[in-house]
Design a protein around this ligand. Structure first.
Ligand SMILES: Cc1ncc(COP(=O)(O)O)c(C=O)c1O
Length: 353
């Protein structure tokens, strides 16, 4: 499908300072749009200046939350070229989310083509390391109608923006609150889809966590309230007796692309890696006994994010010595050096823009 180019050419007014780019606050000058209508399919792909969308107040997304999104990054390499990390996996996951949310799938090739063209046009907005260009593909239900049913029209768009670290703290570790009063996702629900409702339902717990000096919420399973699932925008990994351990993605957890990639890297680095349910009491006991030496989150935005402390009610559990541990450090360095093009990409993960 040919993409119409109606972009504006605009370079940043001042050079992008990689240290002064809060996450998700600056947007590149152009965006990609394509529409879907019942009986017509996807049509009119175009790149236009970034700006407000025209949406009827009756658009179904505003009432019933039929929307999905993705998040991935482009990295500036030493030779000046820009590369996306595993965009095919994000495009495939968007289609998995689409199926669950009763929305049309969008050809992976169209998604990839759109990302690459858009980033090529806004190349000046891909910052230097350690900052990156964050890419946010989104699909929303646009039919003007009330009444709960699937929309007959959709808009898919991509916006991008240069961004620094996800957690705006100077500390190298994060503090996480165990959510006892709320759950994120139940079996049979939408926890494995990347859809706005999952994030909206997490906001209250996040606000309470913030009041308690925490950066994110650690979710437990909805049925037994015992098994660790994931944190706000990251999957979780534990190091138990030298074994990197992560809960299985059993339908209530988002299947993270960073999680999947770290599993591959663990095997290469000869770090034992298992997927198995992790009981919250096991975490507390092994933190006390010293058998759990590290906990870290992983995700596109936060990359590898070591957990320094866990908060459960009034109880504070320190992880290791409260600083980044050797496994998190090794995985973080290995992954980011592939992403920034300073180590060989033996997996074909990086896609040149
Ligand atoms: C709820 C949730 N879990 C996990 C992740 C990590 O996924 P990925 O590594 O694909 O960014 C994210 C971020 O996208 C997320 O929002």
């Amino acid at each position: 499908m040919d993409i119409l180019d109606r972009s504006v050419a605009r370079a940043p007014q001042t050079p992008l300072d990689p240290k002064k780019l809060p996450f998700g606050r600056t947007f590149s000058p152009n965006m990609f749009l394509v529409e879907w209508d019942e009986g017509k399919g996807w049509h009119d792909p175009r790149i236009v200046p970034y700006g407000p969308l025209s949406l009827a107040p009756s658009a179904m997304v505003l009432h019933y939350g039929q929307e999905i999104f993705e998040g991935l990054k482009a990295f500036r390499h030493p030779d000046g070229s820009a590369h996306l990390f595993r965009p095919d996996r994000n495009a495939a996951r968007l289609n998995t989310s689409a199926k669950r949310m009763c929305m049309p799938e969008i050809p992976v090739e169209l998604q990839l083509d759109a990302m690459r063209k858009l980033i090529r046009i806004d190349d000046d907005w891909v910052p230097s390391p350690p900052a990156t260009l964050y890419v946010r593909p989104t699909m929303i239900a646009t039919q003007e109608a009330l009444g709960v049913h699937s929309s007959k029209s959709f808009l898919y768009f991509i916006i991008t923006g240069p961004t620094g670290p996800y957690f705006g703290t100077s500390s190298s570790t994060v503090r996480i609150m165990v959510a006892r009063d709320w759950v994120r996702a139940a079996p049979g629900g939408i926890g494995s889809a990347k859809t706005g409702g999952n994030y909206a339902s997490s906001l209250l717990a996040s606000a309470v966590a913030k009041e308690k000096g925490c950066d994110q919420v650690k979710w437990l399973d909805a049925v037994e309230r015992r098994h660790v699932e994931e944190v706000g925008a990251m999957n979780l990994m534990f190091v138990f007796d030298g074994v990197v351990t992560t809960p299985p993605t059993s339908g209530t957890i988002l299947a993270g692309i960073t999680r999947e990639s770290l599993g591959v890297l663990c095997k290469e680095l000869k770090l034992p890696f298992v997927e198995r349910p992790v009981h919250i009491e096991e975490v507390f006991q092994t933190l006390a006994s010293g058998d759990c030496t590290e906990i870290f989150g992983c995700g596109t935005a936060a990359v590898v994010s070591p957990v320094g402390e866990l908060l459960d009610g009034d109880q504070v559990y320190r992880v290791g010595d409260g600083n980044e541990g050797p496994v998190a450090k090794k995985l973080s360095e290995t992954l980011t050096s592939i992403q920034f093009g300073t180590a060989k990409d033996t997996h074909g993960w990086m896609v040149k823009v």
